[in-house]
Design a protein around this ligand. Structure first.
Ligand code: FAD
Length: 439
């Protein structure tokens, strides 16, 4: 058994497998794994990060070509390093976000091994710690941090039609408008991904039908400050629990084209056809729920509540920020709202493709440990799981609203690293007899 603090993984070439022993293994080197490594290093915890692809791979190959960060560069970064070639108020293109995390890992000399997949994690039967099987060999670790991402497996709901004449893809597989056949497109889901993809397709000349569910819709900016700033000063990123019923409500926001407020009625006035939640497909006809107007109204409420809270904050703190009464102007309801489309014959409407911007699930099937509920959901408190030595980082609402975002994951990683360091201290305690015999 080799004890390595700056490990090099041994290849598992035959039956004799040499094992690496490490205190803490972090699985995944997206932003969550990178943040973990920084905090573990600063607390002197020997660790190794394994990444099956490259650092921040999702930002390189897991998203569409034109994607930019949803938050401005001054906000969507970690303390300790700024984007060096992106204006602080601009929205970094996805490749620059990936470069940023690579640069971050380099700056802090992080022990990250790329191209190594973790296949399974099992608790040792007869002693503390875990045995980890990887694509390159075995590892023994006292602790394992799962930093494998909040958005792992694309989810397409079972209502998706079986009609092979329609091209269907998840937003995770969408790259650009050229990928789609001629014809109209139905985009199902109007969170940040769905609405940005729908907008791009509409601008590329396609007739787009956008299926809109419940959403939050903050202004991109108000009275000279980005919404990320407003959520920060108003304490909303730090909210520890979602408002009841809003746990899965998506945020519709966009940094595309320099950043703009998502305004569904504005999109409809440019020709997009808005529809309610997609309910079912039968014989080439799709049925939508009659809830478009309600969903828009709730999105408006959310939008206006942020303007009100921002105005109150400015007033209370005597800030000198410019008035912006035009932010309260609303487009008149377009026809697709006043006379909602409840059914659409796809062929008659010329719809040749469907994009499912319907979210993701997590997959922890490789973690053979006892910390999941019957639905496979990890049981944890701020990332510290119910199975001693197992941690999760990067999940939505892990500790707060910001947890799955760049800004929030850094703070969660700090808390988890602190917990690990404290546990190490307890476990390194030796009583007087043990201390004497060690002398
Ligand atoms: C379209 C989109 C846009 C987003 N835009 C923003 C934004 O602008 N700002 C923001 O703050 N957040 C944004 N987010 C949310 C969040 O920041 C990203 O999802 C981010 O990628 C999450 O980082 P992560 O490290 O938690 O997970 P990931 O980036 O998914 O990283 C997990 C890593 O784990 C690796 N991995 C998984 N399983 C294994 C295994 N078994 N063995 C080894 N490695 C493994 C994967 O290869 C991956 O690299 C966006 C999300 C999406 C989907």
């Amino acid at each position: 058994m080799t004890d390595l603090n700056q490990p090099a993984l041994q290849k598992c070439t035959d039956m004799t497998v040499e094992k690496i022993q490490i205190d803490t293994l972090v699985v995944g080197a997206g932003q969550a794994g990178v943040a973990m490594s920084e905090h573990l290093s600063s607390l002197g915890v020997p660790h190794l990060v394994l990444e099956r692809n490259r650092i921040a791979e999702k930002w390189r190959t897991g998203r569409w070509d034109s994607l930019v960060a949803n938050g401005p560069a001054w906000h969507d970064c970690f303390p300790g390093l700024e984007f060096d070639d992106v204006d602080p108020d601009a929205f970094a293109p996805k490749e620059r976000v990936a470069d940023y995390f690579e640069a971050y890992a380099k700056k802090f000399n992080m022990p990250i091994r790329t191209g190594v997949e973790v296949k399974s994690v099992e608790r040792n039967a007869d002693r503390p710690g875990f045995i980890i099987t990887t694509s390159e060999g075995l590892i023994e670790a006292n602790r394992v941090v799962a930093a494998t991402g909040p958005f792992q497996t694309p989810v397409i709901p079972p209502i998706a039609p079986k009609d092979l004449r329609i091209v269907q893809m998840h937003s995770a597989d969408y790259r650009n408008p050229q990928q789609l056949p001629e014809g109209a497109v139905l985009v199902v889901g109007a969170g940040s991904s769905g609405v940005q993809i729908a907008d791009e397709l509409q601008r590329a000349g396609k007739q787009v039908y956008l299926s809109v569910g419940a959403h939050d819709r903050p202004p991109r900016a108000y009275r000279g400050r980005d919404f990320c700033w407003w959520l920060g000063v108003l304490g909303l990123w730090d909210a520890e629990i979602a408002e009841p019923g809003k746990e899965h409500v998506t945020i519709a926001v966009s940094g595309a084209r320099g950043g703009h407020t998502v305004d569904f009625r504005g999109l409809a006035h440019q020709g997009m056809k808005l529809v309610g939640l997609t309910q079912s497909f039968n014989d080439g006809v799709v049925t939508f729920q009659a809830n478009l107007a309600d969903n828009l109204a709730r999105g408006d409420q959310n939008y206006l509540s942020l303007l009100d809270a921002a105005d109150a904050y400015i007033e209370r703190n005597g800030l000198d920020l410019p008035l912006e009464p035009e932010a309260r102007n609303v487009y008149p309801d377009p026809e697709c709202v006043t006379k909602p489309i409840l059914q659409l014959d796809l062929a008659a409407a010329g719809v040749t493709s469907i994009i499912w911007a319907t979210g993701f699930a997590v997959d922890y099937s490789w973690m053979k440990v006892n910390t999941f509920d019957e639905k496979g959901k990890p049981q944890h408190q701020r990332g510290v799981s119910s199975e001693s030595g197992i941690y999760f980082v990067g999940l939505p609402w892990l500790s707060r609203r910001g947890s799955s975002f760049i800004w929030g994951v850094w703070h969660d990683a700090k808390h988890i690293a602190g917990h690990i360091a404290t546990q190490r201290k307890y476990l390194s305690y030796r009583d007087a007899t043990q201390r004497q015999s060690a002398e």
